[in-house]
Each structure stands twice: as structure tokens, then as C-alpha cells.
Design a protein around this ligand. Sequence first.
Ligand SMILES: Cc1cc2nc3c(=O)[nH]c(=O)nc-3n(C[C@H](O)[C@H](O)[C@H](O)COP(=O)(O)OP(=O)(O)OC[C@H]3O[C@@H](n4cnc5c(N)ncnc54)[C@H](O)[C@@H]3O)c2cc1C
Length: 545
Amino acid sequence: MQQRQRRWNGWGWADETVPLPSSARAWLSERLGAGEPLPEAGEQSVRLPAARPLPELPATTLGDRTARLRHACGLAFPDVVVLRTGVPQAFPDAVCVPESTEQVVAVLRAAVEADVAVIVRGGGTSVVGGVTVNAGSRPTVVLSLERLRGLVALDRASLLAAFRSGTLGPDVEAALAPSRLRLGHEPQSFEFSSVGGWIATRSAGQRSTGVGKIDDLVAGLEIATPDGVWSLPPQPASAAGPELRRLVVGSEGRLGVITEATLRVRPLPECRDGAAVLVPGWSTGLEVCRALLQTGPVPEVVRVSDPDETSFGIALTEVPRVAAGVRDLILGMRRFHRGCIVLLEWAGAPQDVVLARQAAARIWQDAGGLALGRTPWRRWLAERFRHPYLRDVLLSAGWGVDTLETAAPWSALEALHGAVRHAMTAAAEAAAFRTAVLCHLSHAYRDGASLYFTWLWPLRRGDEIGQWRLLKDAASEAIVASGGTITHHHGVGTMHASYLEREVGTSGVAALAAAARALDPHGVLNPGVLLPPSLRPDGAGRGKP
Ligand SMILES: Cc1cc2nc3c(=O)[nH]c(=O)nc-3n(C[C@H](O)[C@H](O)[C@H](O)COP(=O)(O)OP(=O)(O)OC[C@H]3O[C@@H](n4cnc5c(N)ncnc54)[C@H](O)[C@@H]3O)c2cc1C
């Protein structure tokens, strides 16, 4: 059987796409005006410079153009633009694919010996420049964990499962399913992202409100450093100094290569149920979610779309004429003029799910919500991993789209939402183009929640990255000024590195740099990621990221 190919210059499988309904096209044309389609260069037309000489590496090393091109970038907006137009800035000199922890250590030692930069790569789905090769003076190797896959051990009694770090989402769940277990960590990039990448970036899955972020699911770690293997075995709890596993979670490859992780797993739920509710406005939606989180029982999924995202979501959904008529009638009601969709899902024993749904219904009814039945939830379940294909479709249609995420306490969320929307809209206006800034709340906690913004704009040929940067900078400044975190789950990468100090302070950055210096004294690992490039652990200069 022929292996399915991944798209080389965008999201997902090369043979898969999603349609852009005419209603969505009309929505975009009306809100944004027409843009200029981004052309697509052929894979063979990209010109690669000759690879720089490398020492012999103690693991399989690929130097062919396909391997070098397909490991040059992640999936951030600028990555996709440079790939599609056929002009990536820099390429790895080779791609190394170790098959064991020992080989990873040996490669790192060889890299130190020869002063070679090493970009650690899991699934390559970073949207913050975490795996993008930058032009530097040192030769660069991508260390891909694609051959370090699979379940290593399952401790059924303790509900702990150890995986090699390159294991992708579907393979994690497939390995657990025969034991009636699941991890439940399902980021939208689930099909292509890896255990090690999730941990390195502090990822959040779509069911994180119920199962927790990856931070909560990591029990033990094995990390390869140039010095050898650093083992942090699973402990249910400990008082043996600060929690070092937490230091590695979110370290984005700067403190070593995660080669194995022991994860907290749980029984598969006996039953799932979901609901969609229309509430009169954004503040009501936030209040419903806060009440759900603070009074319980806590749903596994909680999402509220703001009025603009609700409106675009409707434009994206093709429904039969009769259903559309009923929907328009409801939306025509004065109280739902700026209506917001709330999506909820519960999982567990059937009687618990029924009780949780009833408790939630009391909350949304008190808030004036209108239950829309289960169809929108079922549609979300069926389509949630297909939405990313839209970016490539939109680029071909002339519209740019990207996403960013933050989080803040409940008391700050509404102002944060307003500040980001205002800053991005004003920045676009000043540059004489329009933007639509859509937002949903997801990943909710007792003390706050994450806001996830999707922003669209009409593309100007040749200035796609300039337009993107203008909007991204405006949003990032508004986020830090409003007390939000610069990233809730995408990570710092190179894109947010200059904001880290404003969030964790000078001492925080110094502590992280000291940890990097201790574990990677020659600064070969992921230059420019997480910590600003000027902070090379050995103090020597480094190429600008
Ligand atoms: C369409 C799309 C949807 C997304 N949806 C979500 C989402 O719902 N939730 C979410 O959290 N994120 C999401 N992301 C972002 C991305 O998928 C996550 O950051 C993910 O955790 C990255 O995993 P990866 O295996 O692809 O890592 P990579 O992209 O390969 O690497 C990410 C970073 O981690 C480092 N790294 C990778 N593996 C290791 C390792 N074993 N040891 C040390 N460092 C390592 C890399 O050097 C890099 O800095 C999405 C991305 C896309 C493109």
C-alpha cells in the first residue's frame, strides 16, 4: 500500500483539503474585501544551497534535498509563506534520525565536538518558529525524533504509560485503547504532533479543561544531554527540592532532548455527551463558563465563541435550507443579535454525565441561554481536526489567516479580549487594510481561561509577512500590556522570545539561561528558541534568528 504523503508546504495530508463554502467567501469579501492569492511554487523549484561539511554523526543522517527541504521549517504563518513561494531563508545541512536514546546522546556529543547547531524536531508542527532553521554561521543539523516511537511500558495499576518521545497523537491513543485507557491529550495538531513536542511546548489539547494540560499529564521524563542521560522517574508527589520535571516541561529543547516520557493515563469514558447553547452575548458566555468551572461538575470541553467567531462559524457551516431558516429566525431575535455559541462536552459514567449536563443546563438557563441540541457539538467533533486545512485554501483565495492564544484570570478576560481586538484593528486600519479578529474561550480553569484569536486579512502580494508581523506585534503588545500571558500553549519559540523577560522577569530569564548553561554548556541546542539569541550559554556569538 502506498504511504500517504504530508503536504510539503502547508498543513496535513497532501491528498486532503476542505471546501470554502460560498457563504464564507461572501462573509470574507464583505468584511475584508478581496486580497491577492498567494501562488504556490513546486517543490522541485526550490533552490537549496550546497550543504556545509559536517562530521560523521553516530546515527542515520539524511543529506538529500527532500529531507533538507522538508525539515527546514515548522508551520508558522511566515514558514508557510516562504515555503509556498519557494524561498525559504535557510536549510539544515543534514537531518539526523536517531533510533535510541544512546544515539541521541552520541549525536549531541558529536555536535559539541564540531560546534554544530542542533534543531530538535518532533512532529514539526510548531507555529512559533521552534523548528525553523535560521541562517547562522555554524553548520546545522535537524535532529528528528521520527524513529523514536512507540509505547515502552504500561503500569496499569498506577495508570502510567511510558512512550518514546517521537510518538504521534493517534499512535499514543491506539497503543492505549486495547487496555481500555486513553491519554486524552488532543491538540488540533493531534495527527502530526509528538509526545516530546507537546511536553517541550506545554501544549494543551481540546479536552484540556477536563484532562488538564500536558503539564499535568507528565509524571516522569528521560532527557538526553551532551553530558549523558538525565532521568526524572515518575513519583506521585515529592518534596525533594523544586519540581525539575516542570522545569523541563516547556523548555523547548534548550535543556536537552526529551527521549521518553511517562504519562498519566485514564480509563476510556463509558459515555460522552455534548451540548450547544446560544447565549445573549460574550460577557454572558464568559460568566456561564466561569460558573461551570467554579461550581462544577467541570465539563471535559468548554468553548465559547465571541459574536464575530459565531458569525463566521455560521458562514462556514452549510446546513439544509429549513435549518438555516430556523437559525436565522433565532438570530433575528433581539436578545441574540450579538449571540455567542457555547459548546460543552462531558465524559464519564452515564449517571455522572446526566447529572453534569443537568447542572450545566441550570447555569445556562439562568443566563438566558437557548439550547441548540447536539448537532453543533457532533459537527465540531467530526470536523475539529479538519479546520487547519482552511489556511491553505484561504491563502489560495487571497486571504491571510493566523491564530494566537493567551490566558488571564477571569477578572481580566473581557478587557484583554477588547484590547487585542482594538490593537489589531487599529494597526490594520493605519496600514490601509482591514482585518477580522475572531476569538473563542477554551481551556478553562477555576481562576481563568485561555483566549484563542483567529485573525484574517486580505493579502497584499509581496507584503504577506509584513502585514502578518504588523498584526502579530500589535496583538502581542496588547496582550502583555493587559496582563495576559504571551502564550497559553503554542510556546515561545523564536517568535515570542523577546517577550519572555516581560513575563518572567530578568531573574526568571537569568535562571533559565543558567539551567541551559549547565545542561548544554556549548549552546548547540535550538539556538534562538525560548531564550533571546544573545544568551548563548557559552557566551559566543550566534546567528540572528
Ligand atoms: C494546525 C495546528 C494546530 C495546532 N493546535 C494546537 C493545539 O490545539 N494545542 C497546542 O498546544 N498546540 C497546537 N499547535 C502547535 C503545535 O502543534 C504544538 O506546539 C505541539 O506541541 C508541537 O509538537 P511537535 O511534535 O510538532 O513539535 P515540534 O514542532 O517538532 O517542536 C516544537 C518545539 O519543541 C521542541 N521539541 C520537539 N520535540 C522535542 C523533544 N523530544 N525534546 C526536546 N524538545 C523538543 C522543538 O525543538 C521545538 O522548539 C498547533 C499547530 C498547528 C500547525
